[in-house]
Every structure is written in C-alpha cells, then in structure tokens.
Design a protein. Structure first.
Lengths: 430, 97
C-alpha cells in the first residue's frame, strides 16, 4: 500500500480531545480522519458541565468569540443539603466577566459544543466521518498501523484513542485493563428547559451570565455529589455516585437523583421547567493516580477521558479543558515527529509543557480528601445542624453556642478527635 | 410543564433513540446472572433496564441504553457476555449532552 492511502493520523472519537487534535493537525496540513460512532459529533457525549476557556484559547485564540457556549460563569456556588434543609454559598465575582479579559469559564452542552468544534476542525481540513464505529486496531509487529470498522480497514502513521472513559480502543491495545469499579463515578443528568429570564431571576444573574453549583449531602451518604449548571435556556441538574457504594446502599441511582430534584431547595429553582433529556455517563474519579501507566504504544496515543484526564477537587470538576490540552499535546507531538516510533515520548513531553501533567500531579491529594466517607453524610449533617442552632431564636435562654456545636458534633456521629484527624488529613492533602 | 419525580421509562421517553432492531449490543449469560448473588446491575443502571422477572431471572432491555458502561464496570461475575457500543448511528443521540 502506498503512503498516499495512509493518513498522518486517525482519531477515534469526536469529542474535545480528538477534535482539538484534528484541528491542529488539519491546520498544519496533515491528513487527518476523525471517526465518530454517533450520527453527529457530540451526540454520545455528556458533561456536567462547564468549559474553562484557557484551553480553548490555547487551541486557537480566535475560537472563543464564536464558540457554541452557554453562559459565562460568574457565580461559583457550593450547596450543602441535609434532610430538607440547605446551605448555599454563592461566590460572585464580576471579574469573571469584566469585558476586558476572556471570561474564565462558560457552561456548556456537549452535543452543541462538539458539533461546533467538529465544524471548525473540518474548516482546517480534517475529515470527520460520523456513524462509523471503530471495532478494533490493526497491529503489525506490536505497532498500531490502523483501525478496523466493519468491513473497512484504514491506515495511519498514528492512531489517537479519543473514545472516552470506556476506551475500548485503549483496552484493545492493552494499555488499560478492566476499569476498577472504585475509580469511576456514574453521573446522571436531566436537562430542564426554562425561559432565560426565569433562570436569570432565580439565580440572580445578569444577561448571559451563569451559575455553577456543586451539591454535597444529596447522595444518602454515598461517595458522590450533585451539580447544577445554568445554560442559556435550560438547567443541567445531575448527580454522580460511586457505583460500588450504590450497590451496598441498595437503592437505585435513578431514585436518589429524583429525590434530589424534588428537594425543596432545588425544586424552587427548576419549578415549571420541562425535562427535555436524561443522560448518563461514567467519569473518572481517581485523578492523577487513575492515569494509565502507559499513555502510548508505538503508533497509538491516549487522550482525554481515555487517558483518565479528569480533576475533581470537590468544588470544581475539570475534564473538557484537560481533554483539549491533551489533544493539543498529541497534535504537537505528531506534527513535530511525524513518526510512530518517536511520537509517544514527544507526547509525554508536550503533556508537561501544556501543564496538564503538573496540574494533575498537584491536585492528586484531593482524592484522599474525597475518600473520607464522612464528607458525604456526617459533615453535611454537622454543617446544617450548626446553622440550625445559629438561626434558631425561640425566646428561651440560649445555651452557649460552643456547647451547642459540641452537641451537633455528637449528633452527627462525629468526635472532636475525628474532626481533628480529618482536618489534618485535609490540610496535608492539599 | 411541571417538574415532578419521573420514573426511568418517562425520562427515557424524552430522549432520541435509533434502536438497532437486528442486533443487541449487550448480551447476558442467563445462567451466570442467576448464580450472581449481588446483582449490582439492578441498582447501578441509570436507565433501570435490568429487572428481575417473576422467576427471579434478570431481564435486560437494550433499547433504552444510555451507553454509560456502568453495568460493564460493575458486573463482576461475567454475566455480561457481550458489551459493545451500538453499531454506528444506532443507540441514543443526545441533543443537549
């Protein structure tokens, strides 16, 4: 077979990682084919979610102003629930949308965003072939040289596995094994349509601005949490659970999520809306230590979720930006080497230069904090309990607040010693 | 237009599916499933597609699958003998995502 029949790169999966890679390769004049199993880019993809713009700017600083995004995040919120009570912390920062610097983050819907980014990659010369499922890799002497899709075989100097958290491509290449159950969360989400002005009124938002909210204490003690993002004319409400704990708990994912939706503090935000979609997706929860030991083999690179590039700090979740960075790193490595044997090492070097790897390394300790089971039940109960005491005025002689807090610690199933230990662990981890 | 607690079937009815009538992308080994004590699939599938029938056998309807892969990760006793993504163009198509 002549080299003219061979692509410089074949990318499996039209998500942000694969498309960022395709965009830069196309721009550099490389022949690149993106293969997507959905009938359009993005239709198989789900986010919480939000996009941090620095990564899109790194791809091309002209993209942001026309990007298919929802609202500029100016309100960062943390909500703690216990029973029917709730605490909401709202950090509002006008600097997130000062009109001078690019906004830090936007809320986003992936079917819309990925479709747009695919169009941009096509404008750069990438071929995006949808409705085709890659069934396997073609290998020769331990080197990946192409992919199989149905009856068809396609060849490339480098294959990029951008097929997500359940990367069958990475598994078939032997780079990852079966996914250990404790390293992933199952996320479910409803998209609830509401008029823009109602969203703005309920969340106290200016036109085009939005809120991103993490919710703690809504998982019945299961390792996990809720999220809420305001889109232009909809709200993304969801919840992530560690699946192994779901089984021990003996209740369905769906049921716990529906209870969150009907919680008085959530219901009032989505009231009169209409659910237009229900989605589910796995998300890597292991952070830095969840990254496969080998991110490449000869002729194959892993990017995005396939490579475990997700950071969950508890107060923010990053995935799309890291996917974009890894796609950029892969493209740079392919452009620089153009050689299946050298591309892997170059890719690792680029992952350092884009600061993806250093960032993941630095946030590794959050995993230890989020592994403290008390975060999902006892601490939300304590926080809400203390608030209840602070704000209760009943005309009786009040007990010293210090004493009341000690009572709340006990009622929440905690001890001062435990608090100190967890506090120490928390400080040490970050 | 009102918000209420919806069962899984109602939620799935809001989605766009192109069902592959000819080929199931997930296939179970009924014997292994009946021998499985934990049956994690009954709890973790967000679409509640795994159900126990009257005889205590697991049944699975691949038509409403959201393709998350949680069952694949959680099935420890190899009751899922085949787990693939649906063939190209088939399965769920998220309009929002």
């Amino acid at each position: 077979m002549g080299t003219e029949d061979r692509f410089d790169a074949i990318i499996v999966g039209a998500g942000p990682a694969g498309l960022a890679c395709a965009y830069l390769l196309g721009q550099a004049g490389k022949s690149v084919l993106v293969i997507e199993r959905g009938d359009a880019p993005g239709v198989k993809n789900v986010t919480g979610g939000r996009l941090y713009t620095y990564a899109l700017n790194m791809l091309d600083d002209k993209l942001l102003e026309e990007a298919a995004l929802e609202r500029i995040v100016t309100h960062e919120q943390i909500m703690i629930l216990n029973g029917d009570k709730s605490i909401n912390i709202d950090y509002h920062d006008p600097a997130f949308n000062d009109g001078k610097t690019p906004p830090q983050a936007y809320t986003v819907l992936r079917a819309v965003f990925d479709q747009w980014l695919a169009e941009k990659a096509e404008e750069m010369g990438a071929l995006v072939a949808c409705g085709i499922r890659v069934d396997g890799l073609i290998e020769e002497d331990g080197r990946v040289i192409g992919v199989i899709a149905g009856e068809d075989e396609m060849f490339a100097e480098v294959v990029v596995a951008a097929d997500g958290v359940n990367s069958l491509t990475a598994q078939k290449a032997g780079l990852i094994g079966d996914i250990p159950a404790h390293t992933v969360g199952v996320g479910v989400k409803e998209v609830i349509e509401l008029p823009a002005e109602i969203i703005e009124e309920r969340f106290n938002l200016k036109n085009d601005e939005g809120a991103a909210r993490m919710i703690l204490g809504c998982t019945e003690g299961i390792h996990g949490g809720g999220f809420l993002y305001t889109n232009k004319e909809s709200i993304s409400l969801g919840c992530v659970f560690m699946p192994s704990e779901i089984v021990e708990h003996g209740k369905q994912v769906h049921d716990i999520f529906q209870e969150l939706k009907m919680h008085p503090a959530i219901y009032s935000l989505i009231r009169d809306g209409e659910t237009v979609e229900y989605s589910a997706h796995l998300v890597s929860e292991a952070g830095y230590r969840g990254i496969p030991r080998k991110l490449f083999k000869e002729g194959l690179l892993l990017v995005g979720d396939s490579a475990g590039f997700v950071i969950n700090t508890g107060y923010s979740i990053r995935g799309i930006d890291l996917a974009l960075l890894s796609g950029i790193a892969a493209a740079r490595a392919i452009i620089a080497t153009g050689d299946a044997r050298k591309v892997g090492a170059a890719y690792l070097a680029e992952l350092e230069k884009t600061l993806l790897m250093p960032t993941m390394k630095m946030t590794d300790g959050y995993h230890d904090i989020l592994s403290i089971p008390r975060i999902y039940s006892n601490y939300p109960q304590l926080a809400v309990g203390v608030m209840e005491k602070l704000f209760t005025v009943d005309g009786q002689t009040p007990t010293r607040i210090r004493k009341q807090i000690m009572t709340e610690i006990r009622v929440s199933g905690l001890t001062v010693w435990q608090l100190l230990k967890d506090g120490f662990k928390g400080v040490k981890s970050v | 237009m009102t918000i209420k607690s919806l069962d899984a079937a109602e939620l799935l009815s809001r989605n766009k599916f192109n069902i592959d009538e000819e080929l199931a992308h997930i296939v179970l080994d009924k014997e292994k499933c009946s021998a499985c004590k934990e049956k994690p699939c009954l709890f973790v599938c967000p679409a509640v597609l795994y159900r126990l029938d009257k005889n205590g056998e697991i049944s699975f309807d691949y038509a409403g699958c959201l393709e998350c892969g949680t069952c694949r990760v959680m099935c420890q006793n190899h009751g899922i003998k085949k787990w693939e993504y649906p063939r190209g163009t088939f399965g769920v198509s998220f309009r929002y995502g």
